[in-house]
Write a protein of this length. Structure first.
Length: 201
């Protein structure tokens, strides 16, 4: 029962879904870009969903046609190619948001996410760093950096992200998909890069 629940949580908070869920959360957290109209938000969310979820999943489906490609990713090095492809798709998302004249911060988030993916790719050549926690670390870093920059503190959003991070990390440990330090390094990588980029740029 616990294992099944852990699997469900890992799927709900899968790294390919966190960017879209994160943007949706940011749009409802009271920050200055929360006040753009719904049509603009919808376009941004569609771009993010397409480039950070649909394209990576489609790429994985195509790669899985090769019998030598293991979707279980038991070894960190097996994730290098998917992470590299995802970084390309995220950059495409940045270009599309630029064409839509989206808020500069939203474009910066995509570029910073590319940096996280490239960092994960390099680390994955030797270790199985948690992509789940890197995604949550990134989202946590964004919300806290925006809070300190703007003086707006969306407490429920912060609590939600922290709790979801803890639940997801626990699920990964229960499923024995990562070691504790894999989770810590992943979270630290995402948090540090996104916090510094959002706070200082």
């Amino acid at each position: 029962m616990v294992s099944k629940l852990a699997k469900i949580i890992s799927v709900i908070f899968h790294p390919v879904l966190i960017p879209t869920l994160g943007f949706l959360l940011l749009f409802n957290s009271g920050f200055y870009f929360s006040f753009i109209n719904w049509e603009a938000k919808r376009l941004v969310l569609l771009v993010v969903l397409f480039t950070t979820a649909i394209l990576p999943l489609l790429a994985m489906s195509i790669l899985s046609l090769n019998a030598r490609f293991d979707l279980s990713f038991d070894k960190g090095s097996q994730r290098a190619l998917p992470l590299m492809l995802s970084s390309v798709f995220y950059y495409l998302g940045y270009l599309l948001l630029a064409r839509l004249n989206a808020f500069p911060l939203l474009k910066v988030l995509m570029i910073a996410s590319v940096m996280v993916l490239l960092g994960l790719m390099l680390l994955s050549l030797k270790w199985k760093i948690s992509c789940h926690m890197a995604a949550f670390g990134s989202l946590t870093g964004v919300i806290l950096a925006l809070s300190f920059r703007t003086g707006i503190y969306p407490m429920w959003s912060i609590i939600l992200v922290v709790v979801a991070s803890g639940i997801t990390g626990t699920s990964r440990l229960i499923l024995e998909r990562n070691k504790l330090w894999h989770l810590e390094v992943g979270f630290a990588l995402g948090f540090t890069l996104l916090y510094l980029v959002v706070y200082f740029i």
